[in-house]
Design a protein around this ligand. Structure first.
Ligand code: R5P
Length: 296
């Protein structure tokens, strides 16, 4: 199987390839003066091979989406036998448009999609989707860096409860979750209530996305107001748009752990409050499983 480094995920693809002891195929991307993107992949690099394209739908998300479709098409035109799109971050799931994205991927030539912690369970997709979970990755990191006594996992909204349960179960904790009620006005979140026992506890918020940062900021403030001892946060996808970094810096959160599902800019990488852990192993494991199941 050939592993292709998509436009937005070059570093992650190199890391996956290193783990699998192979070299990535690097498409050539160009941009015309009107903004159109062109993709070129040498036929000799992939002909008759199954291809895994690693390409997160990160900012600028609409350009990245078009680049994804053009890269799938370029792989098909160059004779790829089968195309699997690995989108560590699958954008547009918050507005339940994932089945549209996968339909477009299918139309371009992909037969399968792999993603990590999609915002919702994706139903009715035209191609099969493997949704990988960071629950064990986060649990391992929490175990390695925290005393589990007095620790409570916090869902920053009702939609995050299932995700948090998976992390709590992976930690083999028996404690109840805490949960926050929030409302979103004009794209920004406000906390309405904190449910659960957080008094004197080390609170660990687990979420799928940090975008503007208002959810985490508000949740952490509310937890401290309700007597939490300290607050940490784990988010799979560091979208970190607008002033999210400033919000994180100014928040009461002691440490935010994100993954490399999205390539981060230097200022996020330099932040002392932010630690990045890698999803390389998750993707590499899935590639190995795919190879065993499909023997391409
Ligand atoms: C929403 O339901 C998601 O799980 C995240 O909580 C949300 O997308 C975070 O967005 P923001 O950082 O803009 O508050």
């Amino acid at each position: 199987m050939k592993i292709i480094a998509g436009y937005s995920s070059v570093n992650l693809t190199h890391a996956v390839c290193k783990m699998l002891d192979t070299k990535p195929v690097l498409p050539t991307y160009k941009r015309f003066s009107d903004g159109e993107i062109s993709v070129d992949i040498a036929q000799k690099d992939i002909q008759d091979d199954a291809c895994l394209l690693i390409h997160s739908l990160s900012e600028p998300v609409n350009d990245t989406m078009i680049a994804l479709l053009l890269t799938i098409d370029a792989l098909k035109q160059s004779g790829a036998k089968k195309i699997v799109g690995c989108l560590p971050y699958l954008a547009y799931t918050r507005q339940t448009a994932a089945s549209l994205i996968t339909s477009l991927m299918h139309a371009a030539g992909a037969q399968k999609c792999i993603t990590i912690d999609p915002h919702i369970t994706i139903r009715n997709a035209i191609i099969p989707i493997d949704a990988l979970s960071t629950a064990q990755l986060f649990a391992d990191h929490i175990k390695a860096t925290h005393n589990l006594q007095n620790l409570v996992i916090v869902a920053p909204d009702q939609g995050g409860v299932e995700r948090c349960k998976h992390v709590r179960d992976a930690l083999e904790l028996t404690s109840s979750l805490a949960c926050i009620d929030k409302i979103r006005l004009d794209g920004l979140c406000t906390v309405q209530a904190v449910h659960g026992d957080v008094l004197g506890k080390r609170c660990v918020i687990v979420d799928d996305i940090i975008d503007t940062g208002t959810t985490l900021y508000g949740a952490a403030e509310a937890l401290m107001k309700h007597g939490a001892a300290e607050v940490f946060a784990y988010c799979t996808h560091g979208v970190l748009s607008e002033t999210a970094l400033d919000r994180v810096q100014q928040s009461v959160i002691k440490k935010l752990v994100i993954t490399d599902s999205i390539t981060q800019l230097q200022n996020a990488l330099k932040s002392r409050k932010i630690e990045t852990i890698s999803v390389t192993h998750l993707i590499a494991q899935q590639v190995k499983l795919y190879l065993i199941q499909n023997n391409p």
